[in-house]
Design a protein around this ligand. Structure first.
Ligand code: ADP
Ligand code: ADP
Length: 225
């Protein structure tokens, strides 16, 4: 079960003037849903996503994942950032199979895994190219394939299409929905773009800018075009 229970989560960043970025957040994320987290820049979206990833600890409150209290990052929760940070000296396929390689998965299985997910994201034929051969949108596709190849139950995505041009972004959104429908994974998608949040999500969580608390959670009609 790849759902989250967020209970009373607050986050205060230290420093000269400690600021409360998240304030008493309660949120249930259902197994298999596509949840968008929407809000203006600086409202705490990345902080919330990093807490779900286990990359940050809340100052108070708890996060449960699949019935256990979250203690840190885990392979069952794949993270996709705006910058896919591919290794320039590794081929596209070698980038995608990195996680499998680190876990000591057999070479043939690494190759099959990379191939399967490169096909899925639309990068068939680019296996032996290097990242500098790819456009921005294609790099993001490779980053998505790399996250999927690790077999996560959840994809945590932080403005993944924020740096690609508008038409490419629309295409990536369509493809992400197709992949989500095919792979049946829980997706949590952070964006400050209203149309992106509404188009992609089953539900949209609206984080208010000051202090960062959930303003509203609204349901997007389930019937998809
Ligand atoms: P968003 O993703 O919505 O733009 P963030 O979660 O990145 O928001 O940031 C929310 C607020 O928390 C911002 O005011 C930011 O400056 C602050 N913040 C984020 N990360 C840190 C950090 N590591 N240390 C101190 N302050 C931080
Ligand atoms: P995306 O929507 O994935 O960003 P682009 O609009 O950048 O795709 O590119 C559209 C198509 O053009 C790609 O699917 C690919 O077949 C081809 N293409 C783009 N850049 C290159 C490149 N550097 N080398 C070869 N083919 C490319």
């Amino acid at each position: 079960m790849a759902g989250f229970e967020v209970r009373g989560v607050s986050k205060v960043y230290g420093g000269a003037t400690p600021t409360e970025t998240l304030s008493n957040i309660d949120l249930t994320i259902e197994d298999g849903e596509f949840l968008s987290i929407l809000g203006p820049s600086g409202c705490g979206k990345s902080t919330l996503l990093e807490i779900l990833a286990g990359l940050q600890l809340p100052t108070s409150g708890e996060v449960w994942f699949g019935g256990a209290k979250l203690k840190g990052p885990g392979i069952e929760r794949g993270v996709v950032f705006q910058d896919p940070s591919l290794y320039p000296w590794r081929s596209v396929a070698k980038n995608v199979q990195l996680g499998l390689e680190m876990r000591g998965v057999a070479k043939s299985e690494q190759r099959e895994g990379a191939q399967r997910y490169l096909d899925l994201v639309g990068l068939k034929g680019f296996e032996n190219k290097y990242p500098h051969h790819l456009s921005g949108g294609m790099k993001q596709r490779a980053g998505l394939a790399r996250a999927l190849a690790n077999g996560p139950e959840v994809l945590l995505m932080d403005e993944p299409f924020g740096a690609v041009d508008y038409l490419t972004r629309l295409q990536l959104q369509d493809d992400l929905l197709r992949i989500w429908e095919a792979e049946k994974k829980t997706v949590v998608f952070v964006t400050h773009d209203v149309s992106e949040a509404v188009f992609l999500g089953d539900r949209v969580v609206l984080l208010s800018p000051r202090p960062g608390r959930i303003n509203r959670i609204f349901q997007v009609p389930k019937e998809r075009p």
